[in-house]
Design a protein. Structure first.
Ligand code: BV8
Length: 251
């Protein structure tokens, strides 16, 4: 079996004996599906914008048509993308350990398309439309440059969490519960710079869990993690699953 990166046997044993594995994923997990990360420079007509500057209620209020064009561009990009081996391996892990809680910062829905169930969408979903006034879910009329709410006439906005906005209550409470209950926490494909998501690994650590980072470019947080696997999730996760599937003692 061609080892793509060395996965310590101690980590495989840890996962083999795990009771509850909590996983946090970020844009890096979708990078191998061709979905640009937030760190990646945007190309084309969006190159001059910082994603962080567009993903705010202020930017929407200032120019809702611009923001709708940006999100429709990203929706097309994501709709054309396919889940990659990393997404499928993460879905498979749920069959190999008693309990998995999957929390994603990604709004692309690729985990669900790879078969993961009960995914906690910590930052919402890009394909949802919500009333800007009260957050109610609606289906936007895509012929409208700025779709409006059929109930109150306010603008509709993409169902994602913008900077400066609170994390949805259910997603927040379920994530904190899982991070403080798990015995293994996997942080995969995230720069761990955006809060409160970036605080979940520390919560798991202080709650006694072993914390693992999978990222080709180890983050500033890695120093207080237990295992750092410096590789692409599309290579590391399938290998981890393969090693987990091997009967102990037959490695
Ligand atoms: C809030 C949806 C308050 C929208 C997103 C504490 C300290 C400092 C700042 C704050 C703080 N608390 C709050 C803040 C402010 C802010 C924040 O964190 N700012 C940062 C930038 C400093 N947080 C907020 O505003 C949050 N809300 O605090 O509200 C509040 C409370 C109550 C009531 C009212 C208000 C909301 C944050 C959510 C924003 N929305 N997304 C959209 O998508 O359009 S965030 C968005 O950016 C993503 O969802 C994701 O979370 C983040 C990007 O991070 P990553 O996913 O990690 O991706 P990134 O590109 O950064 O990195 C990719 C990584 O992958 C890299 O490390 C790379 O090496 C790696 N990689 C690359 N290829 C691979 C790979 N890894 C594995 N395999 C590969 N192949």
């Amino acid at each position: 079996m061609n080892e793509v990166c060395d996965i310590p046997a101690a980590l495989v044993n840890l996962l083999r004996d795990a009771r509850h594995v909590c996983i946090l994923t970020g844009a890096g997990v979708s990078a191998e599906s061709g979905v640009p990360t937030f760190r990646d420079a945007q190309d084309g007509l969006w190159a001059k914008y910082e994603p962080q500057d567009l993903a705010t209620p202020e930017a929407f209020l200032a120019d809702p048509a611009l923001i709708w064009r940006w999100y429709r561009w990203r929706r097309e990009l994501v709709a054309e993308a396919q889940p990659n081996a990393g997404h499928y391996a993460i879905a498979k892990l749920a069959e190999l350990v008693p309990q998995v809680t999957l929390i994603t910062q990604n709004v692309d829905g690729l985990h669900q398309r790879a078969g993961s169930k009960n995914v906690i969408e910590f930052h919402g979903n890009i394909f949802e439309d919500r009333c800007f006034a009260d957050g109610t879910l609606h289906t936007a009329d895509d012929k409208m440059e700025i779709p409006t709410c059929p109930d109150c006439g306010a603008d509709l906005r993409p169902g994602v969490v913008w900077f400066g906005e609170a994390i949805p209550e259910t997603a927040s409470s379920e994530s904190y519960t899982a991070a403080s209950d798990c015995d293994v926490f996997l942080s995969i494909g995230t720069s761990s710079l955006v809060y409160p998501a970036a605080g979940l690994a520390d919560l798991a650590k202080t709650s006694g869990a072993s914390v693992v980072e999978v990222n080709p470019d180890p983050t500033a947080h890695a120093a207080n993690f237990d295992f750092i696997i410096a590789g692409n999730s599309g290579l590391v996760m399938p290998e981890l699953i393969e090693l987990l599937a091997v009967e102990p003692g037959l490695e």
